[in-house]
Design a protein around this ligand. Sequence first.
Ligand code: ZN
Ligand code: ZN
Ligand code: FE
Length: 714
Amino acid sequence: MSPPRLRITVRGAVQGVGFRPFVWRLAHELGLSGHVRNEGGCVVIEAEGDRTSELWARLHREQPPAARVEAIGWESIPARDETGFIIETSGHGSAPAVVPDMATCADCLRDVLDPASRFHRYPFTNCTRCGPRYSIIERIPYDRATTTMAAFVMCVACRAEYENPADRRFHAQPTACAACGPRLSLCDAAGAAVEADDVIGVAVGALGDGKIVALKGLGGFQLLVDATNTGAIRRLRDLKRRPHKPLAVMVRDVDAACRWAHVNDIESALLQSPAAPIVLLKYRSGVLPDGIAPDLLEVGLMLPTTPLHHLLLRAVEFPVVCTSGNLSDEPICTDNAEAVARLGRIADLFVMHDRPIRRAVDDSVARVIDDAPQVLRLARGYAPLVLPMRGLPALATGAHVKNALAVCVGGRAILSQHIGDLENTLAIDAMRATARDLQDFFDIAPARVACDLHPDYASTHFAQDIGLPVTPVQHHVAHALACMAEHGLQRLLVVVWDGTGLGSDGTIWGGEFLLMHGARWQRAAHLQPFHLPGSDAAARDARRALAGLRGESVFNAPVCTSAGRLFDGFAALLDLCGAQTYEGQAAMRLEAAAAPGVDEAYDLPLVDGVLDWRSMLEAASVENVTGVAAAKFQNALVEGIVAVAREVGESTVALTGGCFQNRYLTERALRRLREEGFTPVIPRRVPPNDGGIALGQLAAVTGEGDVPRGPWTH
Ligand code: ZN
Ligand code: ZN
Ligand code: FE
C-alpha cells in the first residue's frame, strides 16, 4: 500500500552530479508524478503514484556514480493529484552545490571514441556525471553563466541535450562540442603559436621524440614525458630541480596499470573512481624504468582524467610521466601566459586550450591501505572536502608544508585543495588568494582565525595579518582533532607522529601520544627527546638527525621528540640516506629497505610515558643485515605504540601524522593493535599529513562551546 505522496530528502554530495535527472528517469519509468529539486544542499523529491515504494527501494540501490549519499529520509504528505514529473530549477537561495571535478565517465569516453558520435575526438566532452566543476566555477549558484564556460554559446545540438531531462547532459553546465566549445592550441617554449590541424598528433610526436610537453589539464598544467625514456626523465628532473622525488605516471587503462604494478580490486576501483587520483601501487620488480621512483617500492599511477588525456594516452605506445606543472616547490600553473612564462624553460611544447581554469587544483594522491582508500593529497576530484562541523564562522590557515586552508560555515567544515609548501612568495600568494576565494565562494565572514602555534610559519603570519581574533592551535593536537572530526570521535588515544611541530612546552614535538576528550587533551606519552642539530636543516640531512640521536654536542640544537627525525637518524645509521632532496626521502628509503617476514623487534622500553629508543641505536648499529635492522626498528616502534595503548587503556586508538604515510608501520600497527583488542582508526578522507591540519585547527576553535579546551596538564 503506497502512501498518498512521499517527500524524500537525500543528503550528501548529491548536487551537480546528475542526481535530479537520475530521479527524473526513475520517476518516469515508474509512472510517478511530482517533482525533484535541490534544496539547501539536499535533493528533495516529492512523488505520488502506485509505485513510490519502488522508487524508495531503488534510491537505495542505484545512484549516479559521483553521488555520495549520506542520509536518506521520507515523510508522507497529502496527495496533490498532479500529472507529470518535473525537475524544478534551483532557486538562488539554495545552498551551494560544491562538487569536485570528475574524470571522464565511461559513457562520455564511448562518445569520444565513436566515429558516429558528434563528440568523436572532442577533448572537452563531459556530462552531468563527469567533467570540470570546482576548477571552473566562478561563484554559486552553479550555472553555465557562473563558470568559465560562460563565454561559449551552446550550439543547437548542445542546447537541445542541455534542456532535455531524459538526456545525460541535462543541465550539464560545461557541456560543449567541437562546433561550440573550447579548442586546443599549440605553442612553442617561447609562447609562439604553432599551427597544426592535429594538435594531439603533434604532442604525441613530441613525446615520442623524448620532448617535454606541458599540457593544460583539468585543474592546472602538467608536465609530460615518455615514462620509458630515461634520458627524457633525467632532463625533466634536472630542469624541474627535482632529483629524486617520485614522479607520477599516467597509463591508458587498468590493464596498463597492471603491467607495471600489482593492482587489487579496491585499487582498481580507486583508479577508475570519478576522483581518479594518483594511486600509490606496489610495482612489479624489474619493470619500472630508472628514475621514476628511485629506491622505493611503490609507484604513483593514474588513469586519464579528461578526453584530452584519453586521446593522448591512446595514441602513444608508452605510459607518460605526468607531474605538476611547476618548479619544485611552487604552485601549479593555470593560466596560459603564466604557464609559458614559468614553464618555458622546462617544456619544449605547450598543449593549451581556451577554457580558463578558475582555481588551481593539482592531481590528488591516494592509496589503498587496510582494504580502503586513504587520501594523501586532497586536490582534484576530492576538493573541496565538506564535513559536518558546528560552530562560528571561522578560517583556519593550516601548517607550513602541504598547506591547505579550511573554513567553517553553516554547520559544515570545508577543507580546501592542496596549496603547497609555503617556501616561496608564489606559494604564500596562492595561500592568500585561496583564503579570499574560500570566503567569497562560500560567502562567509569569519569571526575568528585559527593557525598553528608556531610563530614563524607564513600561515601564522597570514592569520595575524587578517585583523580578527587569532587562536593558535598546537600542531599535533590539530592532527588529532582533524582525524576525530572526520570520524566523529570524542574520546580516544591519538598517536601523532610526524616531522616537527612546536609543542606547548616550547620544545619541538613529533612523536606524540595524545589522550583526547573532545577538544581537551593530555600528552600521555612521547618519544625520548634528543637534540636536533641545525633544527630545520636537519630535515634536509639525515646525518644531522643521527648526530642528534648519538648525543653529539653541537650548537643550535633544540630539543625534539620527532618520530620523523628518528626515522631519518636510523636511515643514516643504516647508510640508507644522507642528504635528502625531498621531505620524507630517508624515511621512505628505510621503509623500502625493511626485509619482509622479520617479526622480531628491538627493545623499546616505556618508562614514565617516555619511549626510550637509545638501546635500539646500539642494537641496530651492530646488526649485520640492513633490511633486518630496518624491520626490527619499525617493529619496535609498533610495539611501542601497543605498549602506550595498553597503559592508557582507551579502546580506540587513532594513527595520524606524516609518519603514518609509511605503509609498513601503519599496517603493522593496525594489525598489532587489533590483536591486542584495540579498535584502531586512521584518517581516510582527510590527509594524515599536514594537509589535514587546517581541519583540526578549525575543530579546536569551533568545537562544542561548553567543553573547556586546552591541556589538562603538559
Ligand atoms: Zn560523462
Ligand atoms: Zn555544441
Ligand atoms: Fe605535522
